[in-house]
Write a new protein. Sequence first.
Length: 397
Amino acid sequence: AHQIEEKKVLTADIGGNNTSLFYATAEEFNSMVQGDFGLSYGLSNVLAQTGVARIIRWIPFKITEDEVIHYALNKTLRPKSIPADERERYIEAAFAREALRCNYIMLSKQSSKGLDYNRVIGAGGPLVNVNPWHAVLMLLDAFEPAGSAGTGLLDIELDTTMLMSTAGTLATYNANAAAYLFQYDCLNRLGSVVVPLGHASPGSLAVTISLHTRSGRTRELKVKYGDIEIIPFYSDEEATLEIVPSPGFRIGSAAAGVPVRSQEFISGGSVGLIIDARGRPLHFSSNSDERQEAVARWYSAYRNALQRAEQDTQGGYSLKALTTRKAQPSQPVTEPKAPSEKEPVKAAPAPKPLAKTKPQKTFTPAKKKTEEPPALSELTPEELLRRELTGKGKKKR
């Protein structure tokens, strides 16, 4: 349990009726629970508090204010309905961002020191039942985290098993068992986030990331200001990071332009290593077409990362090689040697003769005896008459 206490955790739970945020460190605990402020029964309240314009800005396609209002009204009339198509899923995700953002603003006012966290945990159907990358994007857009004040890194996880509340109840009886359940059975790790802080002209280089795995592989990615990029980096992999920010950008508590290198190995996740260079706070263009194009580009970042990884694989680089562990000294990895002229190929030994076995007895099923028809002298008068009428007693010519 000591390892978990050292983390500064922000937990977000959004459902159909409530939106809840919990901030916990070793010394502080704050919570913000807002009832009737969810994505089903409380959706009309979310719309009334945030406004239509703040909902529309997160949608990557053209949509009218009336369509957003009608969606909220239909959801209020039929709160148990789910998004019917991809269009409605984007609308629901936009509402989720604003609901979480409203709670986050109120929660930040409770802490005198501000919210400094290095771990975000998401829970609830709107986060758990969607594409993992969409869940990451919802949390980053809602909270706009700057990363940890010290390292600049942020871990994102999901409570996909819905066992966090169970672990909390178990902690009152057995803290170690609750910590084990929470750490190994509750959470699905999505990845780590690097947030370079600073401002520059859109499209200029913000940061260069180098990922050095235990197996000796290196991945390098240059990220431009205004973009969010991903390096696929899975849960069973470990690597160190080398972050070189451009002048005017900093990582965590380091000075602007100073390179940062992780002292310990970090693990990957279902999504990978995320580099969010969109700036803080997020900026939206006043032109609706440019804004929709930017949001669509954020959504497609994961697909683009997978396409780059596939191109690297075709060029001789294999993502599977990242998961290959170094062979232990006692079990060296060797390739089979091809036979040379000096080393003639040895003939294979002749196969040993098979041992004699006793012949097995075979059994043939006995033929069934056909029953002979009864003699006419043994039949009664009624049976003789019946045979005569049916023709069974007549002889074939």
